[in-house]
Ligand binder design. Structure first.
Ligand code: GLP
Length: 242
């Protein structure tokens, strides 16, 4: 029998940040107290974070889990993803950073990956995992052909991702070639996944095409509780594909 697939819930709205915040608020309302929450970086989640800071609509404390981080850079490097989250979300919302749940890009990568996996196990897993999607279908830094059951680990970035991320890194020494990322298997164990997307083509492929490791995000079709928050363009294309 083929593995089961599930229908995702689609949320859209003219105001992407507001739609994403309402979705997250609902997830917080259903989650346990002090949930473990994965927060992505990049351009896509910016409207969500801006709305969250502004309205403070989610009054609960949470524990931030780092999705991915470049290797060979310090926490304080301008390219650092957890630093971005600290600045954009944690500090404004008075949340503290837990060293056990973030990657130190400058330490031994295997130790860092194991540290986060162990912390997730001890803390009984991710409650809410918010994701963006890369142009090539990556989630976190799980690049095409990542194993669907992969765990948290060090990975090499593809040419496509290095090119796409130049806009964030060019002024600060370029895009590192390696990174740490939560694995696809690790992400799939999250109780709730919220996929934020402003990229119609790859999102339709990932959610309506064949489930294949060439498009890592396609594994989300096998997660029982995914909500997709799309920009109006993404939502329109997803509705056509349904
Ligand atoms: C990066 C990150 C991902 C992010 C993706 C999309 O490579 N590793 O976690 O979701 O790119 O970024 P953006 O939202 O800027 O398009």
């Amino acid at each position: 029998m083929p593995p089961k697939t599930y229908k995702y819930k689609l949320v859209s709205g003219e105001d992407f940040g507001k739609a994403a915040l309402e979705t997250l608020q609902e997830a917080f309302d259903k989650a346990r107290t002090y949930p473990l929450v994965v927060l992505p970086t990049g351009n896509t989640p910016k409207p969500l974070y801006a709305a969250w800071r502004q309205t403070r609509a989610i009054p609960y404390d949470f524990r931030y889990v780092n999705l991915d981080q470049y290797r060979g850079i310090k926490f304080s490097d301008p390219r650092s993803y957890p630093l971005e989250i600290k600045r954009e979300v944690l500090d404004p919302l008075n949340q503290r950073l837990d060293e056990e749940l973030i990657f130190d890009g400058n330490s031994d990568p295997k130790n860092q990956a194991d540290k986060v996996e162990t912390a997730l196990k001890i803390e009984q897993g991710i409650d809410i995992c918010i994701l963006g999607i890369g142009q090539n279908g990556h989630i976190g830094f799980n690049e095409p052909y990542s194993e669907f059951n992969s765990r948290t680990r060090s990975v090499q970035l593809t040419h496509n991702t290095i090119e796409a991320n130049k806009r964030h890194c060019e002024a600060h020494g370029g895009v590192p070639k390696d990174a740490l990322t939560l694995g696809l298997g690790t992400i799939m164990e999250a109780k709730k996944i919220i996929l934020l997307s402003n990229k119609p083509e790859i999102t339709v492929k990932a959610l309506h095409g064949r489930i294949m490791s060439k498009i890592p995000a396609s594994i989300l079709q096998r997660h029982p509780d995914v909500t997709v928050v799309g920009t109006p363009m993404v939502s329109a294309q997803l509705r056509l594909a349904r």
